[in-house]
Design a binder for this molecule. Structure first.
Ligand code: GDP
Length: 454
């Protein structure tokens, strides 16, 4: 990335035609550059956090009428001088206005460069900067809540506390090194062991939360399973209200796994339609069946469909027993209630099954309600911190390994210099999360995933 001394510019609203577009400038010259183009007021004399109406001149012609918002550093997103020019969102005006700022000395911003500057200028730490990207990408209430919490510093706060405690121990042990002749112990090994064990609990919790964090971000995986022709594809289509999966009355037609997402009460569910579960000689279908079993193990909930039309009582009982032996939570559903016989319906109902007709779309609302109950939403609603970023989880894992080495070191009474080294390693990894320790590659990698203008 380029030096932080120049002034950058980018379109900060989506491209295309619209009512208003915002062109953002950040850097020492932001206000002078905007002022050079602006007619109506001397922006260099404007107070911070004020709005000014005027026009943008291109030679003798008026390009557009705009509103300029002035933010003087450090009271701005990037902590630099920032000007936001709200113009009419015509691709022509936007392009011309960007070019005009460039002729006056601005440079087109790289992806994420505004946020990167905010980070480099100490506005927030790296975990918070990354949360900005998550916030923009959040598609549901839970993902939004988690990103907002992280952006406001929840996650980094916890990590910082761990670091401070460890730094204290590391310095004590390093102090012992200076007195190595005298056999003193400034840092009690028992206390250190206790601290490290205590640290590993929340760090492990954060690592585990990644799984849940991912669920928040990508949706709760729900597998729709059952014998061929039970109506799985029809149910998926009914839930999604579109013809997505292949529906046919030839058993075994959904051979692969089909996925789609749906939002119920602010929670995203990812529905996965699967190949029917049956013994088969067809090679391709057999692959589908084994993938179904894999999906069932990974899913948060199995929606298990019984074909009420075909199943005889004994077969139904067998299927239910098989389902009960699964580790994954499930919802038992009897489908084709519109044409089923009473005894099979009763059997399913007596096993807490829900009776629906996917084809006629009856009782689907009841299914949604049951689903919200079966999925364990407690974790999702809690104010707890979730890790949703794979970089964080891998750094947390490295931290944990270093901490484990500290414990092993204490137990096997390794020398202080090695012990101090392992503690420093753990500190290093924790610093990588919040950005106290960074490399250019790491920063480029993170910020290049942002869009231009952010
Ligand atoms: P899959 O193999 O489990 O995906 O089953 P499909 O969704 O392809 O459905 C198999 C057949 O059952 C199709 O002909 C559907 O129209 C029919 N079907 C599905 N749901 C119902 C229902 O609720 N009632 C009735 N009568 N037929 C249904």
């Amino acid at each position: 990335m380029n030096a932080i001394h120049d002034t950058i510019v980018a379109l900060s609203t989506p491209s295309g035609v619209g009512a208003i577009a915002v062109i953002r400038l950040s850097g020492k010259e932001a206000i002078t550059i905007a002022n050079d183009l602006f007619e109506g007021k001397d922006l260099t004399q404007a107070a911070t956090h004020t709005l000014h109406f005027g026009s943008i001149k291109q030679g003798e012609e008026v390009l557009d009428e705009v509103v300029a918002s002035i933010f003087k550093g450090p009271r701005s997103y990037t902590k630099e001088n920032v000007v936001e020019l709200s113009c009419h969102a015509s691709p022509y005006i936007i392009e011309q206005l960007l070019q005009l700022t460039i002729t006056k000395g601005a440079r087109m911003a790289m992806p994420g460069e505004f946020t990167q500057r905010a980070f480099l200028n100490g506005r927030f730490d790296l975990a918070q900067a990354e949360a900005v990207a998550d916030l923009i990408a959040a598609e549901n209430k839970a993902a939004h809540g988690n990103a907002i919490r992280q952006m406001r510093g929840g996650f980094s706060g916890e990590i910082k506390e761990f670091r401070e405690k460890l730094i204290h121990f590391a310095s004590m042990i390093e102090l012992e090194l200076d007195f190595s002749e005298e056999d003193v112990e400034f840092a009690s090994r028992d206390e250190l062991r206790t601290l490290v064990n205590q640290l590993m609990v929340p760090i492990n919790g954060l690592i585990r939360s990644f799984e849940l964090g991912n669920v928040i971000k990508n949706g709760i995986p729900i597998v729709i399973a059952g014998k061929p022709n039970a109506g799985k594809s029809t149910l998926l289509n009914a839930l999604l209200n579109e013809e997505r999966a292949i529906v046919s009355n030839i058993a075994g037609t959904t051979r692969d796994v089909i996925e789609d997402v749906m939002n119920i009460d602010g929670i995203t569910f990812r529905f996965i339609d699967t190949a029917g579960l049956r013994d088969t000689d067809d090679e391709i279908e057999a692959i589908g069946v084994s993938r179904t079993k894999e999906q069932m193990q990974k899913a948060s909930v199995i929606l298990y469909l019984i074909d009420l039309e075909r199943a005889d009582l004994e077969e139904t009982q067998q299927e239910i027993a098989g389902l009960k032996s699964e580790d994954t939570p499930y919802l038992l559903i009897g489908n084709k209630a519109d044409i089923a016989s009473e005894d099979i319906k009763n059997e399913v109902a007596n096993n807490d099954g829900l009776l629906i007709s996917a084809k006629k779309k009856t009782d689907l609302e009841g299914l949604n309600q049951q689903l919200m109950k079966v999925v364990d939403l407690e974790g999702l609603n809690a104010e707890a911190t979730f890790v949703t970023n794979s970089r964080h989880v891998s750094v947390l894992k490295s931290t944990n390994e270093a901490l484990q080495r500290v414990i092993n070191g204490i137990n096997s009474q390794i020398t202080n210099d090695f012990l101090a080294m392992d503690i420093r390693q753990a500190l290093h990894h924790l610093g990588e999360i919040t950005g106290e320790i960074t490399t250019d590659d790491l920063l480029d990698n993170i910020f290049s995933k942002f869009c231009i203008g952010k």
